[in-house]
Design a protein. Structure first.
Length: 215
């Protein structure tokens, strides 16, 4: 009996961002990759260099689009799509100092009004895109460039785990040794049927290129 073809969806977190004011930039315009972030994205491109990719998707934000452009150097003819389903989380703390969120253990959700995102909102957007990809690209490999919390809650949702804020930094349980997707990392969900996916995680650069960035 022939095994079903594997459908792979690789979520690439954008590279480190140039953020001299050390603020929560969220969906604010104009936040592109730092030089270190470009190096991280280049390492991700090298990791994908020899792989067959059926399509690239990206968040519409600048840092994600810049990352996708770097990934495309080895896949210049692969179709690309900009998807609002991959966009950064919508939170009320944009423009606030990073230190404030670090003191809250990166909980950007508690106390927000209904106008802003909760983890289920993020997961719902990701689920819609995942359904589309698994239908349109069954048995193929798709790469999606997105943001830290989006990828974290997508993994939790795919593994049928509770979408609690505290859970987003405990992803080592699923083979993500950084516990949370590092900038420039690749988190691949591998589906062989309708059950839980297998998770493969790569941070394809050395520790000296690790830089802290909020989202």
């Amino acid at each position: 009996m022939t095994s079903p073809a594997l459908t792979r969806i690789t979520f690439v977190r954008h590279g480190h961002v140039h953020n001299p004011g050390n603020i929560i930039y969220g969906r604010l315009p104009g936040f592109g990759l730092s030089e270190g972030g470009r190096q991280q994205a280049q390492a991700a491109a090298e990791a994908l260099r020899g792989e067959s990719v059926a399509a690239f998707f990206s968040s519409p934000l600048l840092r994600a689009r810049q990352t996708m452009e770097i990934l495309l150097q080895y896949h210049p003819d692969t179709p690309t799509h900009i998807s609002e389903h991959l966009i950064e989380i919508n939170v009320s703390c944009e423009g606030r100092p990073i230190e404030e969120m670090a003191a809250r253990d990166w909980d950007m959700y508690t106390g927000q009004s209904a106008d802003y995102d909760q983890p289920e909102d993020i997961a719902a957007r990701a689920r819609a895109l995942m359904r589309q990809i698994r239908q349109d690209y069954a048995g193929q490999h798709v790469v999606a460039v997105s943001h830290g919390d989006v990828i974290a809650f997508t993994v939790l949702n795919a593994m049928r785990e509770p979408l609690r804020v505290a859970n987003k930094r405990t992803l080592d349980r699923f083979g993500i040794p950084d516990s949370y997707p590092a900038t420039g990392s690749l988190t691949t969900l591998i589906y062989s049927g309708e059950g839980l996916p297998r998770v493969d995680y790569r941070r394809p650069y050395a520790d000296d290129l690790v830089m802290v960035t909020p989202s």
